[in-house]
Ligand binder design. Structure first.
Ligand SMILES: Cc1cc2nc3c(=O)[nH]c(=O)nc-3n(C[C@H](O)[C@H](O)[C@H](O)COP(=O)(O)OP(=O)(O)OC[C@H]3O[C@@H](n4cnc5c(N)ncnc54)[C@H](O)[C@@H]3O)c2cc1C
Length: 458
């Protein structure tokens, strides 16, 4: 039986992969948990919303419109299933929950392209579970998807290029941005210039956001150490250390995030081999330069296999599809595949520059107080984790999870995994590579429990 190739994710990577397969005469199945194709950067609002692309996507409006048009043009040539969450993978089939009907079915595959994208990297700070505190990406989704702001007076905190982009988007939308608090330093950005200059247009956009924010009176602080968020019913202030003294600022919402984290759970359930990637401080699924994973028939594309940005995701999606086709014996344009590989390789220097410009705050775990809630689903604190290490002997992430329940709740470690690994590594004196990663478990995202129940025998 000939099965259609399946693509998970209709972001830049998934859409370009689908387009390439269609151009070679195949009819892929395209699954995405979102209601409309576009992925994160080109996320689309509900159909009845009228805001123009320029307002929604700024400098990226042209790219967004092109990707949306490509997705629309595919509608008759692919089996596209929006609102379809892939929550498990086993033995050549994906378990898919259809959001509207709240039913689950199996989607068989022989060739699969995983293009599941990324989510925020979260480093908790005391008070981060207060109402009014969002992840940076969550703050942007609220604005882009629904046209709402997370508050009237917002502080953005953490590090990474999205920090300034989202602050700019909020300020342009008329929201008062009280401050941008960046844990990285100006000296980091200066040291990163050689890498950043390999993509001068992208660098120019970043500099523009910073200059615009300054020109519009937004306070930008770098080299900060976030200390705590204050409030009771809702966040009301941010306290940080500026290197010399503690400072406090009133606000009624906070968007926080430390760069992005690839969504690797599906690759994990599929049995893909993972390796430690020091630059991204993460265990990532292995892929060769053409997009093959370690599992025959499974291809990886886009940010889900390592953060590279939206342009790279489009190229990687096309490349993974060309590789899949070549592996099936279909004749493809080998020169195009080589060109795509070259573009992706070239972008790695820029990526290295970004990691240098916005480094992870190395001493975060050492400074995290015992009472800091790390895992909000199970209410596990940094102190609980340290006790589990010292009294329970946990040295590895899955042992830490078994003994403490960290990462066992609704988010399955997607939000707390980064911070828990940092605490474990610091408490045991090991490297992050040595403490390992939380193994993915189905369901990889929450689904109604009744879908897991087998019906009673008649
Ligand atoms: C919240 C957020 C906001 C961002 N905003 C910007 C920005 O403004 N500018 C910028 O340059 N970069 C931004 N980025 C980074 C940018 O989104 C990525 O570089 C780019 O979109 C990567 O494309 P992709 O196709 O790999 O993944 P994505 O665009 O993330 O697409 C992945 C798709 O897979 C779907 N998916 C994931 N898991 C499953 C599953 N289990 N089942 C079914 N579907 C699934 C998702 O719904 C999504 O549509 C953002 C990232 C995030 C997380």
């Amino acid at each position: 039986m000939s099965l259609q190739p399946v693509i998970v994710g209709a972001g830049p990577a998934g859409v370009r992969a689908a387009q390439t397969l269609v151009a070679h005469g195949l009819r892929p199945v395209l699954l995405d948990e979102a209601a409309r194709a576009g992925g994160q950067i080109y996320r689309r609002p509900p159909e009845n919303f009228q805001r123009p692309a320029k307002v929604l996507y700024g400098f990226e409006a042209g790219r967004a419109s092109k990707l949306h048009a490509a997705a629309e043009n595919l509608l008759h040539s692919v089996d596209y299933h929006p609102d379809s969450l892939v929550w498990n993978a086993q033995g050549g089939a994906l378990d898919v929950m259809q959001g509207h009907s709240q039913t689950t079915h199996q989607q068989p595959y022989r060739q699969l392209i995983v293009a599941t994208g990324a989510t925020d990297g979260i480093l908790p700070v005391p008070g981060w579970t207060l109402p009014g505190v969002y992840s940076l990406g969550g703050a942007q989704v609220a604005l882009k998807f629904q046209g709402v702001a997370i508050g009237q007076r917002v502080v953005f905190m953490g590090t990474g290029p999205l920090l300034y982009l989202i602050a700019w988007q909020y300020a342009r939308a008329g929201v008062e941005v009280a401050a941008v608090l960046d844990t990285s330093r100006l000296s980091d950005q200066v040291a990163a210039l050689p890498g950043l200059l390999t993509q001068p247009a992208v660098l120019a956009k970043g500099l523009y956001f910073v200059a615009w924010l300054r020109a519009h009176g937004v306070a930008l602080h770098s080299g900060v150490r976030p200390l705590r968020l204050l409030g009771q019913a809702r966040v009301r202030a941010v306290v940080w250390h500026d290197g010399q003294q503690e400072r406090q600022l009133d606000c009624n919402a906070v968007g926080m995030g430390h760069a992005l984290r690839p969504e690797t759970q599906l690759a994990d359930l599929l049995g893909c081999r993972f390796t430690w990637e020091p630059q991204q401080r993460a265990h990532l699924p292995q892929r060769d330069a053409a997009g093959r994973s370690s599992v025959a028939g499974v291809y990886l594309a886009g940010d889900g296999a390592g953060i590279m940005g939206a342009d790279a995701a489009e190229w990687a999606g096309e490349l993974a599809a060309l590789t899949l086709l070549a592996d099936k014996g279909v004749s493809v344009d080998a020169a195009r595949a080589r060109w795509l590989q070259g573009k992706l390789k070239h972008l790695q220097r820029f990526r290295a520059g970004l990691e240098r410009a916005f480094p992870f705050p190395e001493n975060w775990a050492a400074q995290a107080p015992d009472e800091l809630v790390v895992c909000r689903c199970e209410h596990i604190t940094a102190g609980d984790l340290r006790r589990t290490v010292h009294e329970g002997g946990a040295k590895e992430m899955n042992r830490l999870k078994a003994l403490s329940r960290v990462g066992m709740g609704r988010c399955q470690g997607r939000m707390c995994g980064v911070a828990a690994a940092e605490i474990l590594a610091h408490a045991t004196g090991q490297s992050l590579e040595q403490v390992g990663r939380l193994r993915a478990q189905a369901p990889i995202k929450p689904i109604p429990i009744h879908l897991l129940q087998t019906p009673d025998p008649p």
